[in-house]
Design a binder for this molecule. Structure first.
Ligand code: GLN
Length: 306
């Protein structure tokens, strides 16, 4: 298949979508982007790369970081983790509080904010210190991307100041004893890993292990066991787009994870990882043109998991 040509066709067809939707502004520093930007990268298991658009422009990975932290926590805690964070779709927005109250502080899955905050809390506990935890998360991402990935301090500080809802989620979970560390230590670590800056090429590279049964195909290192990789992919399919996860599975048909920075990663098992970037979001907080581009990709190539 001529992936370069396919990406160029998608880029052309996507143009009318690039002016639709809105950039996230509830974290003020996220507004500082070029609103109509578009980039898409494909990385095959053998290392071949195909790119279009501003593929070397770094953007805030936001909730895509939840895939990294969950992979680390699942590796450390295995099934023990499920008593603190479940694996069911929530059917609710990513920052919703309601379900958490009547489900006694156990978040539905690791890809909504509450679940990711618990996951991060488990890493702070394991590494015994918030600074060591963020360093380990950074090392994990550096190893997968073969690059040096950095935090954007402005975005981090912006969310630290305005993340009232995440603070509410953390406090609510603490009241049910599902946050073990001081809330600030856990939230600072969470906000920091949301603020890593990466481009589509780097993100596609980091996701290759999930397309290859848990082993990085470029280095042959086992990042996670194949059964755990299966679980992460299934969570990406069922929960990776919050209350639009069904919609994403319906239209795209791949495990995927979005972030409010405008990025989406998707996995084609045994073949490739894809990343698309376009910062304007739909009403559910997922990249509008990015979702459309991935839908076009599976329509043109027939490469969905179904
Ligand atoms: N969906 C997202 O990307 C949300 C991540 C963001 N840092 C938040 O906690 O609100």
């Amino acid at each position: 298949m001529n992936y370069q040509k396919i990406l160029e066709d998608i880029q052309e067809q996507i143009q009318p979508e690039l002016i639709k939707g809105n950039v996230a502004d509830y974290i003020p520093a996220l507004k500082n982007v070029k609103e109509n930007d578009f980039a898409m990268s494909i990385r095959l298991l053998d290392g071949q790369t195909f790119n279009v658009g501003c593929f070397d422009k770094k953007f805030s990975i936001q909730s895509i970081s939840k895939v990294f932290t969950y992979s680390m926590a699942l590796k450390i805690y295995s099934k023990e983790l499920y008593s603190r964070v479940w694996y069911e779709p929530s059917g609710n927005p990513f920052n919703s509080l309601v379900q958490l109250e009547y489900e006694k502080g156990i978040p539905r899955n690791p890809f909504i904010n509450a679940g990711a905050i618990v996951t991060t809390d488990s890493l702070v506990t394991h590494f015994k210190d918030k600074n060591i935890a963020i360093k380990q998360i950074n090392d994990f991402i550096n190893n997968l991307s073969k690059d040096n990935i950095l935090i954007d301090e402005d975005i981090y500080m912006s969310e630290l100041k305005t993340g009232h809802r995440n603070r509410a989620l953390a406090n609510l979970m603490k009241s049910f004893s599902n946050i073990k560390n001081p809330i600030n230590n856990t939230l600072e670590t969470y906000f920091k890993h949301c603020s890593f800056m990466m481009n589509t090429q780097q993100l596609a590279t980091t996701m290759l292990f999930l397309a290859n049964h848990g082993t990085d195909p470029l280095t042959k290192e086992e990042i996670i066991t194949s059964s755990k990789a299966k679980r992460i992919n299934s969570l990406m399919l069922t929960c990776g787009h919050y209350d639009a996860s069904g919609d994403f599975a319906f239209h795209v048909g791949l495990p995927g994870k979005s972030g409010v920075g405008g990025g989406i990663v998707a996995i084609v098992p045994k073949k490739m990882a894809i990343c698309v970037y376009s910062p304007r979001l739909n009403s559910k907080g997922n990249s509008l043109a990015g979702t459309k581009a991935l839908e076009l990709f599976t329509t043109i190539t027939g490469l969905s998991i179904f």
